[in-house]
Design a protein around this ligand. Structure first.
Ligand SMILES: [Zn+2]
Length: 88
């Protein structure tokens, strides 16, 4: 009976490993000094204030300030804004 239990646990653990997603989710990379903020269009230059979010479709939004990212999510949740246009 004990051997059967160990076999069952091994089977469950190996099955869970097979269900794990094969693609690793990584945070978006920001090219400081080159990437533009998706909210205001300014160049993202300072890593201390920068923020980014990874969308479910694999695209990313990058911001030069975490407050702008929070504002994006606030707008998105209350009025359904999908993407804040950059100022021109
Ligand atoms: Zn900005």
């Amino acid at each position: 009976m004990r051997v059967l239990f160990v076999f069952f646990v091994s089977f469950v653990v190996s099955s869970l490993g097979a269900c794990a997603p094969s693609t690793e989710i990584k945070p978006p990379e920001i090219a400081y000094g080159r990437d533009l903020c998706d909210a205001c269009g300014m160049i993202i230059g300072d890593a201390r204030f920068a923020a980014a979010t990874l969308m479910t479709d694999g695209k990313s939004l990058k911001f030069d300030d975490a407050g702008e990212m929070l504002m994006y999510w606030t707008l998105a949740s209350f009025i359904g804004v999908e993407r804040v246009p950059a100022k021109s």
